[in-house]
Design a protein around this ligand. Structure first.
Ligand SMILES: Cc1cc2nc3c(=O)[nH]c(=O)nc-3n(C[C@H](O)[C@H](O)[C@H](O)COP(=O)(O)O)c2cc1C
Ligand SMILES: C=C(O[C@@H]1CC(C(=O)O)=C[C@@H](OP(=O)(O)O)[C@H]1O)C(=O)O
Length: 393
């Protein structure tokens, strides 16, 4: 069983989203602003549709926190869907729900629509799309905010930037960066509407999104993430399901529309000889063991090696197209253009923020598995001991 686990619930146009986070240690200071700040970051980004103008995501803390500190029990968070008031007649839980209005019968290629409708035997595809929608990611970001607070207490932080939107892509492959360089880059990404740190590329990305949107099309892209301040020894080589890289890859692929994950050099490692892939080890008395390069992306043998953990994820373009692809109407079984739900043209910057949250949850889970402990003070003492052990080894 995971040390830290969570479950989300909620439909895109339902009353609210909720998430229960279980396994969080006691005594961690959490303010509502810590969660709301992350929710606001997720709502930003050039290319999003009309829904983001309606929602102003805020988390209500329903349980597990008292007087600003976690109690050790399940933490339940709720995010209201402001759009619910426009959908309450259609989305009502009771028999009064209007099931004919906004019925969807034309499955969108690239969505869960058709496979989900067949699997759950639903003649209204809305019964699938309401839950497959990435509206759910707001709940994961709220949960991730708790994990981020835990990690901050032990000097671990998570950041991201966008390296490609469609073919507006950074030239060259992955680059080694120091912790300081990562932190500076993350601060710059925060200022960009596409979370891109290169001015010229940022403009190209914005233009690409605008062009896709004007043409009724959509774009995906690539996000690079880093975990800074990792102690040596999170994750393990002893069993496949304890490997940190495996857990990260699985978690990243659990994010809607993510179709590829790389750690460190990733696919590039397969194209190079070993001498240009593996990171030579050195020793400096007051700093301990270190590397000049970080092609491994901070994980060797499924264990964090103390270098920044570097991950890249590929997001496919948004499936709902204002100029729709062809599909088949499930009533008439005739060819038709796919249905058009209000939609984003590009959500790569938002996906970056969600990926950060999911990454925070995975790192916090593996860290707690390593440290054990019921209180934040116990976790802090154990992480300090891990750092000390690496230094004096
Ligand atoms: C932050 C975010 C926002 C998204 N917004 C939309 C959207 O507005 N319209 C849409 O059709 N898909 C959107 N998606 C993508 C769908 O949720 C996703 O492509 C769909 O669930 C199918 O992808 P899958 O095959 O990876 O599950 C979004 C994804 C993310 C991560
Ligand atoms: C609501 C969010 O994203 C939604 C994700 C989404 C999808 O199909 O994934 C479709 C759109 O929903 P709607 O049709 O209500 O505008 C997005 O707005 C959100 O990110 O909070």
């Amino acid at each position: 069983m995971a040390a830290l686990r969570y479950l989300t619930a909620g439909e895109s146009h339902g009353l609210a989203l909720t998430v229960i986070v279980e396994g969080m240690v006691a005594g961690l200071s959490i303010k509502a602003e810590d969660i709301d700040e992350q929710l606001a970051r997720r709502q930003k980004g050039h290319g999003r549709g009309g829904r983001m103008a309606i929602e102003k995501d805020r988390a209500a803390i329903l349980s597990g926190i008292r007087g600003g500190r976690t109690l050790g029990g399940p933490i339940c968070l709720q995010i209201e869907n402001r759009d619910w008031k426009n959908w309450s007649a259609i989305m009502a839980a009771g028999e009064e729900a209007d099931l004919t209005e906004r019925r969807v019968t034309q499955p969108r290629p690239g969505h869960a629509d058709l496979a989900g409708a067949i699997k759950y035997d639903q003649r209204d595809i809305r019964n699938i799309l309401e839950r497959s929608s990435a509206r759910e990611t707001a709940a994961r970001v709220a949960a991730g905010a708790l994990a981020r607070r835990l990690l901050a207490e032990v000097g671990i932080r998570i950041c991201s930037h966008v390296t490609a939107i469609g073919d507006a892509a950074a030239s060259g492959g992955p680059i080694d960066r120091t912790e300081k360089e990562w932190a500076d880059l993350a601060a710059r990404a925060e200022q960009s509407p596409v979370r891109c740190v290169e001015a010229e590329l940022e403009q190209a990305m914005i233009a690409a999104i605008d062009q896709a949107k004007a043409g009724g099309d959509s774009l995906g892209g690539i996000v690079e993430l880093a975990v800074l301040g990792m102690p040596v020894g999170v994750g393990s080589h002893v069993q496949g399901d304890r490997r940190l890289d495996g857990r990260i890859a699985g978690a990243m692929m659990s994010l809607q529309a993510i179709k590829g994950v790389e750690i460190g050099l990733g696919f590039e490692a397969a194209l190079r000889p070993g001498s240009q892939v593996h990171d030579e080890i050195h020793y400096v008395p007051e700093k301990g063991y270190g590397r000049n390069t970080n092609r491994a992306g901070g994980i060797e043998g499924g264990i964090s090696n103390g270098a920044p953990v570097v991950i890249r994820i590929a997001m496919k373009p948004i499936p709902t197209l204002y100029k729709p692809l062809m599909t088949v109407d499930i009533d008439s079984r005739s060819p038709v253009a796919a249905s058009v739900e209000r939609s984003d043209a590009c959500a790569v910057p938002a996906a970056a923020v969600v990926a950060e949250a999911i990454l925070a949850l995975v790192i916090a889970d593996s860290l707690l598995e390593t440290t054990g402990g019921d209180t934040i003070e116990q976790v802090k003492a154990r992480v300090a001991a891990m750092r000390e052990q690496a230094l004096r080894f």
